[in-house]
Design a protein around this ligand. Structure first.
Ligand code: MG
Length: 455
C-alpha cells in the first residue's frame, strides 16, 4: 500500500518534465503559472505518487477493557488498503463524538487530499464556527491523528521520524500505586519499582482519599445517591504527607514520587498541602487547582519550589498559552485528543520548549491504544519530553488493537511499523460494543453535608 502507483499518461509527462528540470522549474516560477488542478496533481506525482483522496471518515466504538468506551476514527482513501486511525475517545460523551464524526466530519472530508493535514485541521476546526469544546475537539483529533498515520504510512516510516526522529531510545513512564491503607500502598509502590519503574504516582484511597473516608452525614440523611463518594478533606490532607513519608522510608530516596490532587481542594488548602510535601522531593504534584482557578498559580510559584503539572482538562489555547509563557507550571499535562490531536499537541510541545516546560501527556485507560501511540511518537521526537503516564492493555484490547505500544522496565516502546504502528481488528472490536447509556457516575463526589466536590 505504500508503493508508488503508476502515473497516468498526463502525470507521467508532467513528472518527467518536473524531474528533468529539477528545482529549476520551480525557481523559474513555471509551477506558479500552472492551472490549479494541474499544480495539485503535481504535488503528488512529482514524488512518484498518484493523487490521493479521502473517501470516507467514520467512527469505530469499542469497549474491550473495563467497559471503557474507546472511540477511534478511521479515514479511508482511494488507494486500496491505505487508511489511517486516530483516537477520538471522550468516554463520558462517547455517542456524541460518534455523531460528530459520522454526521459531520465524514461529509466535510470526502474528496480532500489527506496529505494536507494543516489545511484540513484549520478548516475543520472552524467549520462548526463555535469551537474548542471536548466533543468536536475529540472528533477532530480522530481525523488529525489518522491523517498523520496515513502520511507516515505513505513515507514508509514510523510517525516519530516525520516529527524529527528519536531524541531518546524509549519513553520513561510512571506507574500508578494505590491502596486503601498505607501498607497496601507501600507494597503497590514497591511492586512497580521491582518491575523497573523509576517513577511512581502514589494515591491512598483513590482521588481525594474517598476510599478511606468514614460514613458521611449525607448518606445517613438519604441525600444524593447510594454510589456517591464522600471526600473527607481533613483526612485527605493529613494522609498525603504521611504516605510520602512512608513510601520514602520503605522505597528509598531515589525513586521519583508523584501525586494528583485532582483539583479537589479549595485553593488555599492546596497551597498548604503542596508546601507540606516539599521535604519529600515530589517529581510533580498534579492539578493543585481547577482550570477555573488559574489565577492562584502565580502565588503558588512564589511560595514553593515543588514542581507542578497542569492541564489535563484544558480545551482552549487561552487556557495554556498565557500560563505557559509566565512559567506557571513545570509539566504540561494536556490530553491530546481533547485539544484536537497531534497537530496542536506539537505546537504546544514547541511552545513549552521555549519556557523549559516539559511534557507529561495525559495517558489514562480512557485513551485508546491509537492515542497512546500518538503520545509516544511525540514523546520520542521532542526535546522537552518529561514523563509519560503508563497504561496496561488487557488481552482483549491487544486483540482489537494489534501493534499497541508496550511497557518494559518502566519504558514505553512503539511498534516500529510505518505510521502510528497500531491497527484495528474491526471484527474483534465488534465483540465489545459500548453501552447504549454511557458512564455517568464517576465524578459524583460530595462533602459531608452533600455539597458536590468538583473533580
Ligand atoms: Mg490527573
Amino acid at each position: 500500500m505504500n508503493k508508488p502507483t503508476q502515473p497516468s499518461a498526463f502525470s507521467r509527462r508532467a513528472l518527467i518534465k518536473t524531474l528533468g528540470m529539477g528545482g529549476l522549474a520551480s525557481s523559474m516560477g513555471l509551477l506558479a503559472g500552472m492551472p490549479p488542478a494541474r499544480a495539485a496533481e503535481l504535488e503528488n506525482t512529482s514524488r512518484g505518487m498518484a493523487p490521493l483522496k479521502i473517501t470516507r471518515v467514520r467512527a469505530i466504538a469499542t469497549a474491550p477493557q473495563n467497559n471503557i468506551e474507546l472511540i477511534v476514527v478511521k479515514v479511508e482513501t482511494n488507494e486500496p488498503g491505505l487508511y489511517g486511525l486516530g483516537c477520538a475517545t471522550f468516554r463520558q460523551r462517547a455517542h456524541s463524538v460518534v455523531v460528530a464524526v459520522n454526521k459531520y466530519l465524514d461529509d466535510f472530508c470526502r474528496g480532500k487530499d489527506p496529505d494536507r493535514i494543516e489545511d484540513i485541521w484549520q478548516t475543520a476546526y472552524v467549520n462548526s464556527y463555535w469551537r474548542n469544546g471536548p466533543v468536536l475537539n475529540n472528533a477532530l483529533s480522530g481525523l488529525d491523528q489518522a491523517l498523520w498515520d496515513i502520511k507516515a504510512k505513505r513515507a514508509n516510516m514510523p510517525l516519530y521520524q516525520l516529527l524529527g526522529g528519536k531524541c531518546r531510545f524509549a519513553i520513561d513512564c510512571y506507574a500508578h500505586a494505590s491502596g486503601n491503607s498505607t501498607e497496601e500502598l507501600v507494597d503497590s509502590a514497591q511492586r512497580h519499582i521491582d518491575n523497573g519503574f523509576r517513577h511512581v504516582r502514589i494515591q491512598l484511597g483513590g482521588y481525594g482519599a474517598a476510599g478511606i473516608a468514614p460514613q458521611p452525614a449525607f448518606k445517613a440523611a438519604g441525600f444524593g445517591q447510594a454510589k456517591d463518594n464522600y471526600m473527607n478533606q481533613y483526612l485527605y490532607m493529613k494522609s498525603v504527607p504521611e504516605i510520602f513519608e512512608a513510601v520514602r522510608k520503605a522505597c528509598g530516596d531515589e525513586v521519583e514520587l508523584l501525586h494528583d490532587i485532582h483539583e479537589r481542594l479549595p485553593p488555599r488548602d492546596a497551597f498548604r498541602l503542596v508546601m507540606a510535601l516539599e521535604p519529600y522531593r515530589p517529581f510533580f504534584i498534579e492539578d493543585p487547582f481547577a482550570p477555573e482557578d488559574m489565577g492562584y498559580f502565580k502565588l503558588l510559584r512564589q511560595k514553593t519550589a515543588v514542581p507542578i503539572a497542569m492541564g489535563e482538562l484544558f480545551n482552549n489555547p487561552h487556557e495554556w498559552v498565557e500560563p505557559m509563557s509566565q512559567r506557571l507550571f513545570d509539566f504540561i499535562r494536556i490530553h491530546i485528543s481533547q485539544i484536537g490531536g497531534i497537530t496542536p499537541a506539537m505546537k504546544v510541545a514547541r511552545l513549552a520548549e521555549w519556557f523549559n516546560i516539559r511534557t507529561a501527556w495525559h495517558g489514562p485507560g480512557d485513551v485508546s491504544p491509537v492515542g497512546h501511540a500518538a503520545n509516544a511518537h511525540i514523546d520520542f521526537a521532542i526535546w522537552n519530553f518529561g514523563i509519560q503516564e503508563s497504561v496496561n492493555f488487557n488481552e482483549q484490547t491487544r486483540e482489537v488493537f494489534p501493534g499497541a505500544p508496550y511497557v518494559e522496565n518502566g519504558f514505553m516502546y512503539v511498534n516500529e511499523a510505518p505510521g502510528l504502528g497500531v491497527d484495528i481488528d474491526e471484527k474483534a472490536a465488534a465483540k465489545y460494543p459500548i453501552r447504549e447509556k454511557a458512564n455517568n457516575d464517576w465524578t459524583q463526589l460530595r462533602k459531608n453535608d452533600g455539597t458536590p466536590v468538583r473533580p
